[in-house]
Design a protein around this ligand. Structure first.
Ligand code: FE2
Length: 172
């Protein structure tokens, strides 16, 4: 007697994502809180640097601060949606206060290399993060580029010749 042929569905099934366990959720929340703190700190850093500057350089720095605030808002909503409390914004970290204080006392150029290095190191922070919003990884990479443009003077309008001359003199 012929056995009935059982047709197999040839399309491989994606495993359905399961709900995180309470322990996993708690671990995620800790990570989101860390990200939130670091994004808030980055926003404070760029605002502080913008205060030390004027003109287009200040505008660019304020835009970077706005992007970091958007990132912070993302982590705030992740926390809220998962039923966790959003920690109130605290004082900026010591490093941020030192760097912005130095920029305000000396100049933005005095601290740009430090910031640029930190941004290059952190550029891939959201590359493989399933919890980050679309575009966040690109934003972080963009910051490193924006900062090096500030340093090389590439983002400066032609009228700001004095800064460009100073940069050119330093690089020659
Ligand atoms: Fe960010």
């Amino acid at each position: 007697m012929d056995r009935p042929v059982i047709e197999r569905d040839p399309t491989p099934r994606e495993p359905t994502p399961r709900e995180p366990t309470p322990r996993e959720l708690k671990q995620s929340a800790k990570r989101w809180r860390d990200m939130l703190a670091s994004e808030r700190d980055a926003a404070a850093l760029y605002d502080g640097l913008a205060d030390a500057e004027s003109g287009e350089r200040a505008d660019i720095l304020r835009e970077l601060a706005d992007v970091e605030r958007r990132h912070a808002a993302h982590w705030e909503s992740r926390l809220r949606e998962a039923g966790f409390e959003v920690p109130p914004p605290g004082r900026a970290g010591l490093r941020t206060r030192l760097v912005t204080g130095t920029a305000q006392r000396l100049s933005l150029d005095a601290v740009l290399p430090i910031i640029e290095r930190a941004e290059r190191t952190g550029a891939g922070v959201y590359d493989a993060d399933p919890d980050a919003a679309p575009g966040m990884a690109d934003d972080e990479r963009g910051h490193a580029v924006a900062l090096s443009a500030l340093r090389s003077g590439a983002g400066l309008p032609p009228r700001d010749q004095s800064v460009q001359d100073r940069i050119a003199r330093r690089e020659s």
